[in-house]
Design a protein around this ligand. Structure first.
Ligand code: AMP
Length: 218
C-alpha cells in the first residue's frame, strides 16, 4: 500500500499519519521530519535545506526527489509506505510516478485534507511539537499534561521555528501557488480521496478510515 497525505501546513497530516502507520503497519515518510533530522545531525542535506525552511519556502525539487528515492529503497518500505509532505510540486509528483513505475509499483491513493485558512492559522500559531517523537499538541486545544514535556515519550515539547506568524503566512502562500496544483494532478488520475479535516482528531481519523476503505477516488 502506497499512500500520500496531501494538504496545507496545519491540516493534520502528521497527526493522522501517526494513527495510519499504526493500523497499516507501514512506515511514515515525513519529508519535513527527515529534513529537520538532517539539520539536527549536521548532514549535508540539512545544510542545503535550512535556509529554505527558515523562510517557509520549498526545498529544491532535485534534493527532495533524491531524498525520497533513497528513503523508499530501504527495506522497511518493501510492504509500502505513507508519504507525509511529499510530493509538494507537480515536478515532484511526476518524478514520484516515474520512480514507482520503474520499480513496478503505483500509488494506491492520495488523501487530500480540507481545512479553511482561518483554522490553519489558529492551529499553527498554537502548535507545539515533541522534538523526540514528533507528537503534536496545541497550547489551548490540546496541551501537554506537564508543560514542555511530551505525554507519550517524555521528550521536550516546543514551537517549531517555522510556526512564527510571518513564516506561517509565507508557507500558506507557497502551498497555494506551488503545492495546490498537485491536487489536480492526482484528481485527474482518479487517485484523490478528499477528507473533511475539520473537527476532532477522532472524527478525522474515522473519515480517513472510511475514505481508504471505501476507496472513493474522484
Ligand atoms: P513540514 O514539516 O511538512 O511542514 O515541512 C517543513 C518544511 O520542510 C517546509 O516548509 C519546506 O521548507 C520543507 N519541505 C518538506 N517537504 C518538502 C517537499 N516535499 N518539497 C519541498 N520542501 C519540503
Amino acid at each position: 500500500m502506497i499512500l500520500a497525505l496531501f494538504g496545507p501546513p496545519g491540516s493534520g497530516k502528521g497527526t493522522q499519519a501517526k494513527y495510519l502507520i499504526r493500523s497499516l503497519g507501514i512506515p511514515q515518510l515525513s519529508t519535513g521530519d527527515m529534513l529537520r533530522e538532517a539539520i539536527k545531525s549536521g548532514a549535508d542535506v540539512g545544510k542545503r535545506a535550512k535556509d529554505f525552511m527558515d523562510r517557509g519556502a520549498l526545498v529544491p525539487d532535485d534534493l527532495m526527489i533524491a531524498l525520497i528515492g533513497e528513503r523508499t529503497s530501504q527495506s522497511d518500505c518493501q510492504k509500502g509506505f505513507l508519504l507525509d509532505g511529499f510530493p509538494r510540486t507537480v515536478q515532484q509528483a511526476e518524478a514520484l510516478d516515474r520512480l514507482l513505475t520503474s520499480r513496478g509499483l503505483a500509488m494506491t491513493a492520495v488523501l487530500s485534507f480540507k481545512v479553511d485558512r482561518a483554522e490553519l492559522v489558529a492551529r499553527l500559531s498554537g502548535r507545539l511539537v515533541c522534538s523526540r517523537c514528533g507528537a503534536s499538541y496545541h497550547e489551548r486545544a490540546k496541551p501537554t499534561k506537564v508543560e514542555g514535556v511530551c505525554d507519550l515519550c517524555g521528550g521536550s515539547v516546543g514551537k517549531r521555528p517555522d510556526d512564527r506568524p510571518e513564516v506561517v503566512e509565507s508557507r500558506l502562500e507557497t502551498f497555494m501557488t506551488s503545492t495546490q496544483p498537485v491536487e489536480a494532478y492526482f484528481r485527474q488520475q482518479g487517485r484523490l480521496l478528499e477528507v473533511d479535516a475539520l473537527g476532532s482528531e477522532e472524527e478525522v481519523k474515522q473519515r480517513v478510515a472510511a475514505a481508504i476503505n471505501g476507496g472513493r477516488a474522484g
